[in-house]
Design a binder for this molecule. Structure first.
Ligand code: SF4
Length: 459
């Protein structure tokens, strides 16, 4: 058994390098980022991840509470871990832990429930784990790395529990974010997803006053990050349409490393539903912002969105309005979420909760529209023929000698390649579109690229 001495400002202690840990994450990109940060902290303190079938000395579960299902899955995971690792101390963090610490503390093996992440370093310290780094260096199990730039939401959408469990805005220091992304790029990550709970509010909190009274906002951060050299790109995870202002649009047009794909969450395409959801925009204004981005970027950006289907009281006519808005928006991808009653939110008490069969039918109709809109977008990419830069993510099992990935517009693409390409950019020209995406032909030389790239940014 190998042991070594670690000297930290806090203490001198012996670290047993054979200590093992198991971390499980439920939920969103932000949770995944936070788990990665905890994993790197543990590794720095001599832990390694338990192998398959090996029991762990410490378990950490990062929970989710966005739906009632998130709660029950979180409980299930904790119980399963306890079965697999009898007697192992388990720390539980994340949104469900914050919302219902009592219920979590009663689950087997749970020894600590972290209800406020700011307390996490102290909690880990009680286990002899110190010095949480300011950022991550890799993103285990992923080809692209998620980077959290802020936490928290201060809005009050009527269906959402998140502001109760992640209250207030906490933006990270821009320099820490920049250092982290430089590190990730140096470590070979080609695509960084800029993530947060409400990224459009990055920098509005006073903690982030880095320049006198002039805090760095999201568009300033884009410009700062865009100066990081190398063959890499950043993708914005989501944005609220009301935060798409002139500064944002201008930065989106100027920043070479920023993907021309944006995810403004529409949630409903009906003004009356939006009002009941307590969203801050109406359909016309939303569409106007999309047009402004299209005008600025020229090279037809891709828009993806989230829609909640079957919000309480949603009539047939209101749902039709949503379909029409999606057509007008020309979304490339729509995440259709069947409305799920979330205890603790105002909408859970609204009358006229819709029966599951109606919600199912509407999800089906929206998914069918999404497939048509996606195909239109893919066909258009083939017609324009602009160079694609595809992040190769996996081998095509049914097509030897080909890999799959997504390009700068987030178009799923198949292109000639091998395992050596995985995690790297493959440059190609779209040849044909189908319901699954685009089939492209690879361009290998700089001369090819110079000749064939017809328009748009080069990444
Ligand atoms: S913007 Fe609305 S939906 Fe998004 S986290 Fe905040 S309250 Fe929830």
């Amino acid at each position: 058994m190998v042991t070594s001495f670690y000297i930290t400002p806090k203490a001198i202690f012996v670290v047993d390098q054979q200590r093992t840990c198991q971390l499980v994450t439920l939920g969103c990109k932000v949770n995944q980022y936070e788990t990665q940060l905890v994993l790197e902290t543990l590794q720095q303190n001599g832990y390694r991840e338990a192998a398959d079938g090996e029991s762990a000395d410490l378990c950490i579960v990062n929970t989710c509470t966005v739906t009632n299902t998130g709660d029950s899955k979180s409980r299930q995971v904790i119980r399963q871990l306890a079965k697999k690792n009898p007697g192992t101390k388990t720390i539980v963090m994340g949104c469900y832990a914050t919302r219902d610490p009592q219920a979590v503390s009663e689950l087997p093996n749970v020894i600590e429930v972290v209800t406020d992440k700011r307390e996490l370093p102290d909690v880990l310290g009680r286990f002899g784990i110190f010095d949480m780094p300011a950022g991550i260096s890799e993103f285990e199990g992923h080809r692209r790395a998620f980077v959290k730039i802020q936490d928290g939401c201060i809005l009050k959408c009527s269906y959402c529990i998140i502001p109760k469990v992640r209250p207030g805005i906490r933006s990270r220091r821009p320099q820490d974010i920049e250092d982290e992304i430089r590190r990730l790029v140096d470590n070979g990550y080609c695509e960084i997803v800029i993530s947060g709970i409400h990224v459009g509010h990055f920098g509005i909190d006073t903690n982030n006053l880095t320049n006198g009274d002039n805090p760095e906002r999201l568009w300033d951060l884009f410009r700062r990050l865009d100066r990081i050299p190398g063959d890499w790109r950043m993708r914005l995870s989501s944005i609220e349409s009301v935060e798409v202002n002139d500064d944002f649009i201008k930065a989106a047009g100027d920043c070479e490393h920023l993907c021309p794909q944006f995810h403004p969450a529409l949630q409903s395409g009906s003004d009356t539903v939006l009002e009941r959801m307590r969203r801050r925009y109406r359909v016309d204004r939303f569409l106007e912002r999309l047009d402004q981005i299209r005008d600025m970027l020229g090279n037809d950006p891709a828009f993806t969105t989230d829609i909640i289907v079957g919000f309480p009281g949603e009539t047939d006519a209101e749902f039709e309005e949503t379909l029409e808005t999606c057509r007008r928006a020309r979304f490339m991808k729509i995440h259709a979420f069947p409305y799920s009653r979330r205890d603790g939110t105002p909408a859970a008490d609204f009358k006229d909760q819709l029966p599951p069969n109606i919600i199912k039918e509407r999800v089906h109709a929206l998914s069918s529209l999404e497939r048509d809109l996606a195909l239109d977008f893919y066909n258009n990419r083939v017609a324009v023929g602009t160079q694609q830069v595809v992040l190769a993510e996996r081998i095509c099992d049914d097509r030897p000698g080909w890999v799959k990935g997504t390009d700068q517009w987030y178009v799923p693409t198949e292109v000639q390649g091998t395992a050596a390409d995985l995690g790297r950019f493959v440059r190609c020209i779209p040849q044909e579109a189908n319901r699954h995406g685009v089939v492209a032909s690879r361009i290998d030389t700089a001369e090819d690229r110079k000749t064939l790239a017809t328009a748009g940014k080069s990444f």
